[in-house]
Design a protein around this ligand. Structure first.
Ligand SMILES: [Zn+2]
Length: 311
């Protein structure tokens, strides 16, 4: 049986994580909570209008704030899935000791359960960086699926270039690079083996979207490309059994309205309004829907793929 599923997942990294990537000072005032307070309501309104159940990957630490826990509980009640994005979002999670990795997964699962009443079933690694040890820890924690593998050469090259440019000008980014072998990973759902970019009988992996021309099918490409490019990229993804579109809260941010002008200096995506960016994302989703794809949470997609033998 061929599946035709599409999932939208949104990583709710709060603004201090972006300033950390760019090596900037921590934001203060409303800018420090701009993702939960401003971007989430915009995403919620859009998803409700189009009746799309989505997956929100949340950082445990962000749920220490009462308002954020309330937001996540509201998303969960509305039928969205809340996934585990680790407790502290350490970009170098895979370089930490096994006990700490375990703690990062468990603490985030616990605070999500506290907020929503349900333990999360899915995981996304900070900065998409995974390792065999991390997959072992996920298995021990009883995680049903992971969605972190991003086998995209242009993303990998851009990240490597940015990190070396940072070092050259003496700025420090907290981001770290995965092994280039990740690019050999399957583009479609698979059970991870050892190493994790090969098929095996481990945890179900739902890789993040890469087009047949090896372009990243993620929010950043859509919002920077605009509606026409977003439509074209959406068309290139048709035929996949799972179209896994990964967004960030920032894809629904508005630098002017949300007080993110200082971050906007360093990010082209923040030079577009929230309305423009959501317009481009909607255009890609429209193409996918019109081709007969069913929009489901990643948890639901994982359930459907789990019912089938691995190939
Ligand atoms: Zn993240």
């Amino acid at each position: 049986m061929t599946l035709r599923l599409a999932s939208i997942s949104i990583d709710l990294d709060e603004t201090p994580r972006y300033t950390a990537i760019h090596g900037l000072e921590q934001p203060s005032g409303p800018a420090a909570h701009a993702i939960y307070d401003a971007a989430v309501p915009r995403l919620e309104a859009w998803l409700e209008e189009e009746s799309i159940p989505a997956t929100f990957f949340v950082v445990g630490e962000d749920l220490e704030r009462d308002e954020n826990r309330a937001s996540v509980a509201r998303l969960h009640r509305a039928g969205h899935e809340i996934g585990n994005h680790s407790y502290h979002h350490h970009y170098d999670l895979t370089r930490r000791a096994a006990a700490e990795v375990h703690e990062e997964i468990e603490r985030c699962a616990a605070i999500i359960e506290h907020a929503c009443g349900t333990r999360p079933s899915g995981f996304r690694a900070p900065g998409y960086t995974v390792s065999d040890a991390l997959f072992s820890a996920l298995a021990v924690a009883g995680v049903a699926y992971d969605s972190s593998v991003f086998p995209c050469p242009s993303y990998y090259a851009a990240k490597a270039l940015a990190l070396s440019a940072f070092r050259a000008i003496g700025r420090r980014s907290e981001s770290v690079l995965d092994t280039p072998a990740v690019m050999r990973a399957p583009r479609q759902p698979y059970r991870v083996g050892r190493p994790y970019w090969r098929r095996g009988d481990g945890i179900l992996e739902l890789p993040i979207g890469v087009t047949p021309l090896q372009l990243p099918f993620i929010g950043t490409s859509l919002v920077l490309g605009g509606e026409r490019v977003a439509e074209r990229l959406g068309k290139q993804m048709l035929g996949r059994e799972l179209i896994n579109l990964e967004l960030h809260g920032l894809d629904a941010s508005d630098a002017g309205e949300d007080g993110l002008d200082r971050l906007a200096v360093h990010r082209a995506d923040l030079k577009r309004s929230a309305a423009e960016k959501l317009g481009a994302i909607r255009a890609a989703v429209r193409v996918i829907r019109e081709a007969g794809y069913e929009l489901v949470t990643l948890e639901e997609a994982a359930r459907k793929f789990s019912d089938r033998p691995s190939r």
